[in-house]
Design a protein around this ligand. Structure first.
Ligand code: HEM
Length: 209
């Protein structure tokens, strides 16, 4: 893909990922954060964390299924935006829900399973964000780095479970998110199976008679 097109695509991702935050800031400035602003801001940031995380996990299956190379260039950027949104989501919980009351926060993490799952989701994204630089890719080597970054799927699973657990009766979007993740994981598993079979066939055909 030409350099210009890649830059344009990245600019588009930046704009798309910053739009929900700008919309929240706008609603704050116009005093339009609903009757329950803390819940509204927490939920909006949580929704966008999961959407952007799923978008980043869609990039490799897109390459596998459609044979496109450009999605891979966006994977890391989308992953970093998912981390950015989860940090904001977490900060609202720390500052507005608990105002740095660490013992009560710990109690909440241990007591409420959906908070435990959210915390684990955040923790599994942390090493990915820390090692997202070119320096870390070099230091770890491409193979180890790629393996480590499969943790993004774990974060996706934990994020979906967190949402499934907390969603109130009558909602359906939590199931759509989980189904999307299952589909993406399915593509990866089938692809890994096909590659394994191909490798075995190649190895069998090179064994001397
Ligand atoms: C990968 C990590 C995470 C993802 C993907 C995620 C995603 C979400 C989603 C989708 C929602 C529901 C939004 C809605 O109802 O429309 C939500 C709500 C929420 N999340 Fe998270 N979250 C994550 C981590 C965390 C963490 C670390 C905490 C705090 C320790 C947290 C605390 C909450 C709370 C308090 C709610 C609101 C629940 C309610 O309305 O009663 N989340 N999150």
């Amino acid at each position: 893909m030409p350099r210009r097109a890649r830059l344009a695509l990245k600019a588009l991702v930046w704009a798309a990922c910053l739009a929900p935050l700008s919309w929240l800031v706008y609603r704050f400035a116009t005093d339009d954060l609903t009757a329950n602003p803390i819940s509204f801001v927490t939920n909006t940031l949580g929704d966008w964390t999961l959407r952007i995380l799923l978008a980043s996990l869609t990039m490799t299956p897109l390459r596998i299924v459609c044979g496109l190379a450009w999605p891979i260039a966006l994977r890391r950027l989308l992953g970093l935006f998912a981390f950015f949104y989860v940090c904001l989501h977490f900060s609202v919980w720390i500052v507005l829900d608990f105002f740095f009351d660490w013992p009560r926060m710990w109690e909440d993490i241990v007591k409420r399973p959906y908070i435990t799952l959210g915390m684990l989701g955040l923790l599994s994204l942390l090493p990915l964000a820390l090692t997202s630089t070119r320096g870390w890719i070099k230091r770890l080597g491409a193979r180890t780095w790629t393996r480590l970054h499969r943790l993004a799927y774990l974060a996706g699973v934990l994020g979906c479970l967190h949402f499934l657990w907390l969603a109130k009766v009558g909602r359906t979007d939590q199931y759509w998110h989980a189904a999307t993740l299952a589909l993406l994981l399915g593509v990866r598993v089938v692809d890994a199976g096909l590659r394994f079979a191909r490798r075995r066939r190649r190895a069998a055909s090179t064994v001397p008679a």
